[in-house]
Design a binder for this molecule. Structure first.
Ligand SMILES: Cc1cc2nc3c(=O)[nH]c(=O)nc-3n(C[C@H](O)[C@H](O)[C@H](O)COP(=O)(O)O)c2cc1C
Length: 433
């Protein structure tokens, strides 16, 4: 194991302890009743498991959270890449650490999708996709069919992590039925979709539930009283302070937080037709934004949740799954440096396909080798301590200038901006040029 001091990064002593104190204690009576599910249960008897990732070739990418062992931290995020048996099997065959299936609810007949339901934001003068909007609902497939497919996958891939994503109305018996029937398939954990931004507010589902802390807290109580496997609550970023619902979910017995789901968006207006995108029969409805463009927002939310967990739930075996715009191993490293145990990818798979995981693994290993990290825990949460208040930044900069005589970049005061040199003056104050 590389120690922090062996790393090229100068990480102050103690900083790497963040969010990973060994912990056996469950946080409350509710979660104590849950059985711990172990993802690794030995090899598939039918030999059906194809391990395509050579984990021995570099630093150890495996992650164990809530008693579940993932061969690598890369998890398919709930959405089209986990929508049926065929695609989930493909994900396992390509080597994804885990799969979160497309969100299901009891009555799929209420779910009616439209097409087209995606629209993309391209970079200026390129076809590079920067942002992605969808107005897709949860799974429109019969609940029983999804259960059968999850059962079959767990039978064929017993050593892989399969997580069911579930969503229901404000109705305790309905939640209890979904949980009971989904758990019967052998899934390793549940992710609760408190965050789908479109389609369901009329039924107080998804984001409508996730934005209402009282409602969320009560429903999490029902869920955790019933569930016998770990529960992750998936948060919406469409709220002023994401740490509030995250804290309530953990208080109510959830073992983990996943963040973020998509950000409410209008992709744009077609300037020929004057119609909004994605355009369905000439009309549209606000959707959910994902892909590269959301990553900085997702990182901020993940950072805030990680700080909250560190402060309010110290020494507990809670997990954090970072999501939003991940397409490279370096993107994932950033989420892990901010405290994520696992990293989910949804739109990235829609753009680059399932083999993306091989690139993610090797790029993350290259990052780890560069710094001398031999495991994910070696660097998880290591960047959290470099966030402080603005007031503190002012104090530190004053001190640096006066005590160490360091040279301050950029303009000294707002009075120094000139109209003539405006762009250049802006440039002098960018930190990552
Ligand atoms: C087309 C599409 C469908 C999605 N469907 C679901 C869903 O059913 N349940 C869910 O929890 N999240 C769903 N999501 C959200 C993703 O899981 C993820 O949280 C979000 O897209 C940000 O990650 P990304 O940038 O890697 O896509 C969907 C996203 C997309 C793009």
């Amino acid at each position: 194991m590389a120690s922090a001091s062996a790393c090229s990064l100068q990480v102050p002593a103690g900083s790497l302890r963040m969010l990973r104190e060994p912990c056996a204690a469950k946080k409350n009576e509710v979660s104590r009743r849950k059985k711990v599910s172990f993802g690794v249960r030995g090899k598939a008897e039918n030999g059906g498991v194809k391990q395509t990732v050579d984990e021995s070739a570099g630093p150890d990418l495996s992650v164990t959270v809530n008693g579940l062992r993932f061969p690598n931290p890369f998890v398919i995020g709930s959405g089209p890449p986990g929508t049926n048996y065929t695609v989930m099997k493909r994900a396992f065959d390509e080597g994804w650490g885990g799969v979160i299936a497309k969100t299901v609810s009891l009555d799929s007949s209420k779910v009616v999708n439209v097409t087209p339901r995606y629209a993309r934001l391209y970079g200026p003068n390129t076809r590079e996709v920067i942002g992605w909007e969808n107005i897709e609902l949860i799974s429109d497939r019969p609940f029983e069919t999804m259960l059968e497919e999850m059962r079959r996958l767990k039978q064929e891939y017993p050593d892989r992590i399969l997580i069911a994503s579930i969503m229901e109305e404000y109705n305790r018996p309905a939640w209890e039925e979904v949980i009971e029937r989904v758990e019967e398939t052998g899934v390793d954990a549940l992710e609760i979709n408190f965050s789908c931004p479109h389609g369901m507010p009329e039924r107080r589902m998804g984001m409508a539930m996730g934005q209402d802390c009282e409602l969320l807290s009560e429903v999490c109580g029902w869920i955790n009283a019933k569930a016998t496997v770990p529960v992750w609550a998936k948060m919406t970023p469409n709220i002023t302070d994401i740490t509030e619902p995250a804290r309530r979910a953990l208080d109510a017995g959830c073992e983990g937080i996943a963040a973020i789901n998509t950000i409410t968006s209008v992709m744009g207006i077609n300037l020929d037709t004057l119609r909004p995108e994605p355009c369905v029969e000439g009309y549209s409805t606000p959707g959910g934004y994902s892909s590269k463009a959301v990553r900085p927002i997702a990182l901020a939310r993940v950072m805030a949740i990680a700080q909250m967990i560190k402060k309010d739930f110290p020494n507990q075996n809670l997990s954090l799954s970072g999501i939003g715009g991940v397409e490279t191993g370096n993107d994932a490293a950033e989420f892990i440096l901010l405290g994520s145990n696992t990293v989910q990818v949804c739109t990235g798979v829609m753009m680059h396909g399932y083999p993306l995981v091989k690139k993610l693994n090797s790029e993350l290993q290259a990052f780890m080798s560069k710094h001398g990290f031999t495991s994910i825990e070696d660097f998880r949460g290591a960047s959290l301590e470099y966030f402080t208040t603005h007031m503190e930044l002012v104090r530190m900069q004053k001190e640096a200038v006066s005590v160490r005589r360091s040279v301050r970049k950029g303009l000294a005061s707002d009075k120094d901006w000139t109209g003539e040199g405006f762009v250049k003056e802006t440039e002098t104050m960018v930190s990552n040029s």
